[in-house]
Ligand binder design. Structure first.
Ligand code: FES
Length: 99
């Protein structure tokens, strides 16, 4: 079963999930609070950055490229609501900036 590591600020979370499960729903069902709103790839709030294992995630979809832009896509960002897990992966949730 795929192993998922998610870093949010200083906290690291780990969980195991079924092959092909949705990243956002798997995380929030374990109280790993990735911010989200629409769950349909429109708001961009569920943004995460893939640190390792990008090849173990579903293919990037057009909706992600439109919402994130090419620069963030190149930096490894994905929309977790549009991403499905097929193997081990390490992720981080970007922290909001208050300045
Ligand atoms: S929750 Fe809105 S884009 Fe994922």
């Amino acid at each position: 079963m795929p192993q998922v590591e998610v870093k949010i600020g200083a906290k690291e979370h780990q969980f195991e999930c079924g092959e092909g499960e949705n990243l956002l729903f798997e995380a929030i069902s374990r109280n790993i609070m990735i911010p989200f709103n629409c769950t349909s790839g429109r708001c961009g709030r569920c943004r995460i950055r893939v640190v390792e294992g990008a090849e173990n995630l579903s293919e990037l979809v057009d909706r992600e490229v439109l919402r994130l832009g090419e620069e963030q896509v190149e930096q490894g960002f994905r929309l977790s609501c549009q991403t499905y897990i097929h193997g081990d992966v390490r992720l981080e949730v970007p922290q909001p900036r208050f300045y």
